[in-house]
Structures are given as C-alpha cells and as structure tokens.
Design a protein around this ligand. Sequence first.
Ligand code: MG
Length: 398
Amino acid sequence: MTVIALIVAAGRGERAGGGRPKQYRRLAGRPVLQHAIDAFLGHPGIDRVVAVIGAGDADLFAAEIRADDRLTAVTGGETRQVSVRRGLEACEADGPDRVLIHDGARPLVSRALIDRVLAATDDGRGAVPGLAVTDSLARRDGDGLLDERVARTGLMRLQTPQGFPFGTILAAHRERPDAAAGDDSALARAAGLPVVAVAGEERNLKITTAPDFKKAEAMLAQTLETRTGFGFDVHRFGPGDRVMLGGVAIPHERGLEGHSDADVALHALTDAILGALAEGDIGQHFPPGEATWRDADSSRFLAFAGDRVAARGGVLRHLDLTIVAQRPRIGPHREAIRARIADILGVSVERVSVKATTTEGLGFTGRGEGIAAQAVATVALPAMAEGENDADTATDAD
Ligand code: MG
C-alpha cells in the first residue's frame, strides 16, 4: 500500500507580505513549506512526498527546501486545480494506492490529524478534516448591509490534508479539468466518491495574511520545549597535508587520523544534536567498524542529525562550537566553517557560532598531538505530554 503526500505550494501568496511567496518565508527558523513537508516525511504512513511548486520557483525550492530521497518537486499551473492535477499526473507512473493532498500554507498539520485522515481512507472512501462553524453566518448586500442569515447547522470549515484513492481523484481531475470546483473533495464527490469528515484542528491554520504568521509562531512556541545537547570529540594528528574542520579543508603540515574524514568539529556537533534528541551518539548510528563509513564525508553525519530533528517535528535553534587546537589557526577559516555548517543543516548562519581556542601549550592539544572540539546544540522539540516521561524512561530503570 503506497501512500503519497501531494503538497500544493504553487501560489504566489502575496497577501502575507515579506517579498517572497509565503510558503518560502521562515516560520520558527524553517520555511513554511518545509514544516509541511517534514510533517509528512516524518509520518510512518507516508511513503513519498511530492511538492507542486510555482513555475520559476525551482531555484527557490532547491535553495530553501532540504533535499530528501523521498521528496520530489513538480511544476504546477495557473490555478490550484491545475497544479493538483499536474502533481497527480507526475505520480501516476508509480501507481500509488492513496494520496493525501495538502496545502503548503498549512505548516502546523499534526501527526494525529494525518493519522485520522489515513484511517478514514482505509476502506476506499475520501476523507477531509472539518471544523464546526461556531460564529453566526450572514450574507451582506452590495452596500455592505446585512442581508439574510445563513443557518450554520451542519456547516463545516474544510481543511487539508484531504485523502483519496489515487486513481479516483486523478480521474475526477481529468474529467473536470476546467471546473472551478473548489477543493479536491468537491471534485471527488462530483465523481461519485463518498467523502467522510474527520475532526480537523484549529491549529492547522492556513497562512494567508501577515498576522497569520504571528499566530502560527505563537502556536508553535506554545507546543515546543527547549532541549540542549553537548558533544565532545578528539582526533589525533597523523600524516597528511590538510585537516577537515567543520566541513572545510584547511591546509596543514599534518592530517587528522580517523575512520571517516576525521572532522572532529562536525563529529562534536553531530553528537550535540543527537544529545539534545536523546538519540544516542554518532558511533551508534555510524559504527566505526563498518567499511561504509571509511573516509566518509562527515557532513553526512551532521545532515543525518539535522534530519532527525526535523523528523521529530523539532527546530534547530542554535549551535555553539569550540575548536581546541594549538595549530592550525582557525580564525581565517571561521566564516567559511560557519557557512558550511549552516548549509549542511539548512539553517541561517546567524544560528551557528564557531569559536576557537588554544590551550596555552598545555595538554595533548597544546603539544600538537591532536585537535579537540566541543559543541552545544539547542533544539526546540514538541513538548511531551505529562506522564510520557515515565513510559519513555522505564527501560533505563533496570
Ligand atoms: Mg570522531
């Protein structure tokens, strides 16, 4: 059973301000669209994610959105409906069983909501998240005066993700390519597919205007808790003519020894992030005895840790790295190292601090026997509910 998430992000979204399409504006450190993509990539029920992007946005997408083996981008069209159809057609060759169609401007979609939509589509029906209407409803006339009341009984506000059998929704889009049908559930119903409503979430708001950004930021802040992690690593000098430090090759009369490329700085950073997640250490995920990691580019380890933060629904807030070396001098390379680390993790360079110190000739670093690195990572993660702690740490008690 293959399930694809189709995330529609082809609109221009100028009402939200900010000079670029709203889906690429940052929300708690990540583009709005990245939040939505991460929610689906991190869900075990979703096999692949396809983002439908605006014509001309390919460079922006490549620059702002983290690459992933399970993520592809497709160019959309003039209207949302055309964009969805193009996205569906791009998936057709893979023959998925189901598709969840989601607005790229809804970054706060929860795992529980995706669960509900998936469960409701198990029996071949369509499913749509809906919220009851609680305010009174009325039409107004052309002069802005109140006209007739609209009974709210039975009315719902519809959200996404909307889930459908893949073949049915693709056929429905092809049957009515020009219809201004509203959302996908309207097309599905017109094609005869029963569509059920599942409970939507107020939190799953669609970012449309500038105040929506503030609201979404506040909602995110309420549900995140701060974790810190510490990392430490040492590598000894050996033969060579350069050292890898923070993903940057620095010419030196010696190299660093190690199973991988021996980038002591990236190793400390990786351990700091894994520490904040309480997900073990670098050696556990990339055992030094395994031939796969011989001479490996350590940026892979750091990117993995960054991906784990995203998969947990978290945000990397800050990294602080200290390189302890008598030589080579780090200062001239500091900005290149910051930029490289920020690039590997897809965060802005302002969130990456790189410091260096000698040990005044004392100890193994002072004697020039090796280089050490220390790192602190600050990560915001979805807050655990009360009582979760006991279950999660039960195995540590014995
Ligand atoms: Mg190491």
